[in-house]
Write a protein that binds this ligand. Structure first.
Ligand code: SF4
Ligand code: SF4
Length: 102
C-alpha cells in the first residue's frame, strides 16, 4: 500500500491522473487515496510524483517493518530508493534504455 506525505504534496494532480484504478483524488489541493485497501501497489503514482511525496510501504520480508520505497525518475534512468526506519538507504538504478533486457 502507499502513503502520501501531505506536507510535501504540492497538489499537481499527476498521481490522480495516472492511477489506473482512479483511487486518488485532490482534496484541498492535497492528494489523498480514497481507500488504501483498494491499492494493488502498481507504483505508478510513486514513480510520477515530482516531489517524492508518495511512498510504497514495504512488507517486513522486503525492507523490514516500516521501510518505504521511493522512486526518482529521469529521462534516462529510474532510481528506486529503499529507506529503512534506521535511516539506511539503498538505491537500485534501472537504465531505461536497457530495461527491456531483464
Ligand atoms: S500504487 Fe497504483 S493502484 Fe495504488 S494508488 Fe498508486 S497508482 Fe493507484
Ligand atoms: S503527484 Fe505528488 S505532488 Fe502531485 S498531487 Fe500527487 S502526491 Fe501531490
Amino acid at each position: 500500500m502507499i502513503s502520501i506525505d501531505e506536507k510535501i504534496c504540492v497538489g499537481c494532480g499527476q498521481c490522480v491522473d495516472i492511477c489506473p484504478g482512479n483511487l486518488l483524488e485532490l482534496k484541498n489541493s492535497v492528494a489523498r487515496i480514497r481507500d488504501v485497501r483498494d491499492c494493488w501497489g502498481c507504483c505508478a503514482c510513486v514513480k510520477i510524483c515530482p516531489k517524492n511525496a508518495i511512498a510504497y510501504q514495504l512488507s517486513a520480508d522486503l525492507g523490514g517493518t516500516g521501510a518505504k520505497l521511493f522512486a526518482h525518475d529521469s529521462p534516462t534512468k529510474l532510481t528506486w530508493q529503499i529507506l529503512k526506519t534506521d535511516g539506511e538507504k539503498t538505491f537500485l538504478e534501472v537504465d531505461k534504455h536497457q530495461a527491456n533486457k531483464f
